[in-house]
Design a protein around this ligand. Structure first.
Ligand SMILES: NC(=O)C1=CN([C@@H]2O[C@H](COP(=O)(O)OP(=O)(O)OC[C@H]3O[C@@H](n4cnc5c(N)ncnc54)[C@H](O)[C@@H]3O)[C@@H](O)[C@H]2O)[C@@H](O)CC1
Ligand SMILES: Nc1ncnc2c1ncn2[C@@H]1O[C@H](COP(=O)(O)OP(=O)(O)O)[C@@H](O)[C@H]1O
Ligand SMILES: [K+]
Length: 494
């Protein structure tokens, strides 16, 4: 099992192409399926102990992985049962099915087990599951002569009327998952759209999802990610590369003996009508490791190390400033507009957040000649780029191209996109980040990184990482002030 930090993220089509490339070199689909099923079996064996395992198999290759896993588990001495939705359809899944010598129960009638393994659908799911009635032996009116075939299947697809919710695929999956102590999904929880991150049907929440060969967008994007539980990657010998990767911890240099405040990066934060927001951004930048932070505006208060200076063109013209944060608490009045204009023409690398994003359009941002990082939440993103049904990765990428800026599309599934197509997606964000001011903290953290001289994508990634890690360290019910302080521990843990 491989931790997914830094791993490539592949769409369903990219994964198929990666598999096809290996297959073209003479490796059969059956071989890949055997690798996948064997790897799954070893994980399940380790986690299940002596408990009975029920593997739910679908008609495609995801189901094929399930049959292989069942066979290998049985060979290892595990107590394992298999329940199928319907007969295997692909050649590889048929061959995997043939390798399972035990009974195949119907999904409709399978009794619960303490461990369930969902191998119903993976990357091949194309439509919601709810509409699919569950084939059954005993409940179909046309069932009189139904027999298990020599392979243990109903001969023909015997469909019970889906009167009770429980008799749909999703209903049965939820029923069996609710009764289980441990829920493991093969590749993806069944019901998720691989690329969109949408829940085409709502699966149960799994404890563990075993991504096969590569991480897929649905493992990270909401709402799909919330159903996956812990995500681990299983290597099936398919080389993968992608412009999109899971966010990983940054490599940041600590100050050396030659360091002084300016070598560690000087950040300026422009204040506006809500001084708390710019205070948070400034504090966050200091705790993320900036050497010198100046807050330009009419604000007062601690910390003493923060250099508070009235806003002026002269203060802005300081050429030691390595980056400038504008937007947190800026407001949208005349003063806000004139400060924004001054920032845009200051020639400093920019982090544009909050209110400043509401005062700009993509053309104006694209025309800037300095490195720019935009940090919109979903509302600011829609206002700047328009609403769209496209997935979050595509939207972030298009926005980055349109503005020639690094775009940090925030949320529980923050997507960071660069204009050259590179994408990084954060995993495991604390839901407790949903509190006022945490975005201001993020802008400050990213500002510290940009001021320190990191390239814009690296700066954005480092800031998002530190922010996410600080939140994880804090646990529940923290406030943005705590988060800014906790950046120090996050930085120290690198
Ligand atoms: N292709 C390969 O080389 C490998 C594939 N692997 C596995 O194969 C999976 C992908 O296999 P498939 O492409 O066969 O796809 P799936 O097994 O995910 O399912 C596709 C099948 O389900 C049908 N289907 C789609 N939506 C449905 C719905 N809502 N209700 C009922 N039926 C529906 C499709 O028509 C197709 O028959 C991966 O997730 C992974 O688990 C692994 O075995 C590794 C190797
Ligand atoms: N439910 C959530 N789970 C994880 N992270 C979240 C969640 N909601 C918000 N966040 C994160 O918290 C921060 C909120 O930023 P933002 O919406 O700009 O808030 P504010 O303007 O109050 O500072 C972003 O970094 C975002 O990614
Ligand atoms: K699955």
């Amino acid at each position: 099992m491989i931790d997914i930090e830094g791993q490539p993220i592949l769409t369903a089509a990219e994964m198929r192409a990666a598999e096809d490339a290996v297959i073209a070199c003479g490796v059969s689909v059956e071989t890949l399926m055997n690798r996948a099923g064997t790897a799954i079996a070893h994980v399940v064996r380790r986690l299940a102990g002596v408990n009975e395992v029920l593997i739910l198999c679908g008609p495609g290759n995801n189901g094929g992985d399930g049959y292989v896993a069942a066979r290998v588990l049985a060979e290892m001495g595990a107590t394992v049962r298999v329940a199928a939705l319907s007969k295997p359809k692909t050649a590889a899944a048929k061959s995997a099915r043939a390798g399972w010598s035990g009974v195949v129960e119907t999904l409709a009638e399978a009794k619960p087990a303490p461990i369930i393994v969902d191998a119903l659908f993976g990357t091949g799911l194309t439509r919601p599951l709810d509409a699919e009635p569950v084939p059954t032996l005993s409940r179909s009116p046309a069932d009189a002569g139904a027999q298990l075939s020599s392979k243990g299947y109903p001969d023909g697809l015997l469909c019970a009327p889906a009167s009770a919710g429980e008799q749909t695929v999703v209903g049965r999956l939820h029923f069996l998952a609710n009764a289980a102590q441990l829920r493991i999904a093969v590749d993806l929880p069944s019901g998720l759209g691989t690329d969109s991150g949408q829940a085409l049907s709502k699966p149960p929440v799994f404890n563990l999802t075993l991504a096969l060969g590569a991480v897929k967008p649905a493992h990270l994007l909401q709402p799909a990610a919330r159903y996956c539980g812990h995500i681990r990657l299983l290597d099936i010998g398919v080389p993968t590369t992608s412009q999109a990767e899971v966010l990983k911890p940054p490599t940041l240099a600590n100050p050396g003996p030659d360091a002084h405040k300016y070598t560690r990066g000087m950040l300026a934060v422009i204040a506006g009508i809500m001084s708390g927001a710019s205070d948070l951004a400034a504090l966050a930048a200091m705790r993320a490791g900036a050497g010198y932070v100046t807050l330009l505006g009419d604000t007062a208060g601690p910390p003493h190390a923060l250099v508070r200076t009235p806003f002026s063109d002269h203060a802005l013209a300081n050429d030691r400033i390595g980056a400038l944060v504008i937007g947190p608490g800026l407001g949208r009045d005349g003063i806000a507009r004139s400060r924004l204009e001054a920032a845009l023409t200051s020639n400093h690398p920019l982090i544009i957040d909050g209110d400043a994003l509401r005062l700009l359009d993509p053309e104006r941002i694209k025309a800037l000649k300095v490195p720019v990082i935009l940090t919109p939440h979903a509302g600011e993103f829609d206002a700047l780029f328009g609403k769209s049904d496209a997935d979050k990765i595509t939207r972030a990428r298009e926005a980055a191209v349109l503005t020639n800026a690094v775009v940090v599309f925030k949320g529980a599934d923050t997507v960071i996109a660069a204009p050259d197509g590179r994408v990084r997606i954060a995993q495991g964000a604390s839901d407790w980040l949903s509190t006022a001011g945490t975005g201001d903290v993020l802008a400050g953290a990213i500002g510290a990184m940009l001021a320190a001289g990191l390239d814009p994508l690296d700066a954005a990634c480092a800031g998002v990482w530190l922010h996410g890690d600080a939140a994880r360290r804090l646990g529940p019910a923290f406030i943005a002030d705590d988060l800014a302080e906790a950046l120090r521990s996050a930085r120290g843990a690198l």
